[in-house]
Design a protein around this ligand. Structure first.
Ligand code: AAO
Length: 387
């Protein structure tokens, strides 16, 4: 059954057109500058990344997103687009354009995080609380800046009562219902495919070298293939004529679900989540494993083929308890083991490697909430036991 699924994907695929990262000077790694501002990324390319041999940067989603206040602005609002305009907390369209040109000039490629599976949450309300001030109405599924209207969303194809994904064992739900309430675009529609391709092409024309495509598990491979097929070649000012954009697709496949990473191999690289999870167990010396066991590291450990994999020790989700990976994931909170794992990843020839550059946050705020909760429970129990 597993083989059948993957052979079908190969038949639908576009060959290996989108697997070349176009990194310059034989470089092999990229870095995710999570939530960095465009102006700072430009400086970082010139001052550090170029001189130190980084091949590229994954930038945070550049599209306009909803502004969430609860009461502070969460990082994850950037995964709730309301238009394809290019202004965000990272900067203006002009700053984005300037950064791409300056990074390209020093041989550092830019890969944009493309959030194309959905728009904002169904609870996003109505108004202009968006990063460029564009009006939208999430309740009515109206996004006039694109424009998308209710018919461009998947509601009629979703069979769950809530409209959300309720069971990851049901492929139709995973791809046609809403991921945590995010309004799910109907990629079967030519119009929707065209609008998404226009957005990605605008970035390609500006000079990006490719994309991390968000939430690919939640899109049908044939729809993605149709969208990728509409993409322009890279800008010949910086890349050889005829170069196709590099694509790496976020698919979380740790086993145990019917949707497999291999369904996406032929369309681009795929994020290998088993890499960080498994490397974490070895570096932590769980299960009695030793670093020397890593001499067979790679496909022999159940990882996907090296030329299909985009690998990382941690990512922006699992370093802060979102997404998947589990307790073995190493992050900057454990600096000694994290450095060790990152150094191993960079030295080892498996996969295309991505380093994480994030920021520190105050974990005590969350701990404070837990403590308050515990205190409340304790008080209630004490109170009730005295009644
Ligand atoms: C926010 C709020 C939500 C609210 C929503 C709408 O947090 O409470 O409902 O807004 O108002 C990010 C944040 C989300 C945030 C969202 C929108 O992480 O918290 O929601 O922005 O603002 C799934 C997807 C995967 C996705 C991941 C987070 O498959 O694509 O969830 N990652 C990307 C981005 C991420 C972003 C989005 C997508 C949305 O990287 O930053 O969300 O654009 C299983 C499945 C996975 C699934 C996980 C989590 O994993 O396999 O596919 O990921 O569950 O639901 C073991 C298993 C493993 C399993 C895991 C967890 O490890 O082995 O398979 O347990 O059960």
């Amino acid at each position: 059954m597993k083989m059948k699924v993957c052979i079908l994907a190969v038949a639908l695929g576009l060959g290996l057109a989108h697997h070349n990262s176009h990194v310059k000077h034989g470089r092999t790694s990229i870095v995710h500058l999570f939530e960095w501002r465009w102006a700072d990324i430009a400086q970082e390319c010139e001052r550090y990344l170029g001189p130190n041999g980084y091949g590229g940067v994954q930038i945070s989603p550049p599209s306009e997103n909803i502004v969430v206040t609860k009461p502070w602005r969460p990082w994850w609002e950037r995964y709730q687009p309301v238009s394809h305009n290019l202004c965000s907390r990272s900067g203006t369209e002009q700053e984005l354009r300037d950064m791409i040109a300056r990074c390209n000039a020093v041989g550092v490629n830019i890969y944009a995080d493309a959030v194309i599976n959905h728009m904002c949450s169904n609870e996003g309300g109505e108004g202009k609380h968006s990063t460029c001030g564009s009006y939208f109405n999430a309740t009515k599924e109206e996004f006039p800046s694109v424009p998308f209207t209710a018919q461009d969303f998947n509601d009629r194809n979703c069979t769950t009562r809530s409209g959300n994904i309720e069971d990851y064992q049901d492929i139709n739900q995973v791809r046609d219902c809403r991921l945590v309430g995010l309004l799910d675009l109907a990629h079967r529609r030519e119009y929707v495919r065209g609008k998404i391709a226009d957005y990605m092409n605008a970035l390609i024309d500006m000079g990006v070298a490719g994309f991390r495509v968000d939430a690919c598990k939640h899109m049908w491979p044939e729809d993605l293939s149709a969208i990728y097929g509409r993409l322009h070649n890279l800008n010949s000012k910086w890349f050889p004529a005829g170069s196709k954009p590099f694509i790496y697709q976020e698919v979380i496949d740790l086993g145990g679900e019917p949707i497999k990473a291999c369904e996406y191999y032929e369309m681009g690289r795929v994020t290998e989540f088993k890499y960080g999870a498994r490397l974490g167990t070895v570096v932590r010396k769980w299960n009695g494993e030793k670093l020397s066991d890593l001499k067979s590291w790679g496909e022999d450990w159940g990882l996907m083929p090296s030329d299909k994999a985009l690998v990382f020790v941690d990512n922006h989700d699992n370093q802060r308890g979102h997404g998947a990976g589990g307790k073995s994931i190493l992050t900057f909170w454990e600096p000694r083991l994290y450095r060790l794992a990152t150094a191993f990843m960079l030295a080892h020839p498996y996969g295309m490697t991505r380093v994480m550059s994030s920021y520190r946050w105050n974990r005590h705020i969350v701990k404070g909430k837990v403590s308050c909760f515990k205190w409340l429970v304790f008080t209630l129990i004490t109170f009730c036991s005295h009644q």
